[in-house]
Write a protein that binds this ligand. Structure first.
Ligand code: FES
Length: 120
């Protein structure tokens, strides 16, 4: 587990980007807790650090507007903007985001990325 920040560092409805264990991740604070996903969109690898969190707890890619379920990583809608982007669906079929287990230890958020232990 990697210690990333304090629970109070991310307000409800917000997210923050981190690089841990060699991976770029986003940590989200949703109404029912904290979640983590890979930061880069699985379509054409745009960072979703500036993507929007929707009312349905999705992260929307700012480039072609793919929407992913933050809790499961599932694709709710694949790249669709502009419409012409659909022509590459054969080359870039819908692919889920990686998600990472999150634990809260006191006031700290920890994310399991790979097998690295938290040093205590
Ligand atoms: S890079 Fe994210 S939808 Fe295309």
């Amino acid at each position: 587990m990697f210690d990333v920040c304090k629970t109070t560092d991310i307000s409800v409805g917000e997210k923050r980007a981190f690089k841990v264990g060699g991976e770029h991740i986003l940590v989200y604070h949703l109404s029912d807790g904290f979640y983590a996903t890979q930061a880069r969109c699985t379509h054409l690898f745009k960072s979703m650090e500036n993507g929007d969190i929707t009312a349905n707890d999705e992260i929307q890619c700012p480039l072609h507007r793919a929407r992913f379920d933050i809790k499961t990583g599932e694709v709710n809608e694949w790249a669709n903007f502009p419409k012409a982007v659909k022509v590459i669906d054969g080359l870039r079929p819908a692919k889920c985001l990686k998600t990472y287990p999150v634990a809260i230890d006191g006031d700290r958020i920890q994310v399991l990325v790979g097998e690295e232990p938290v040093s205590t």
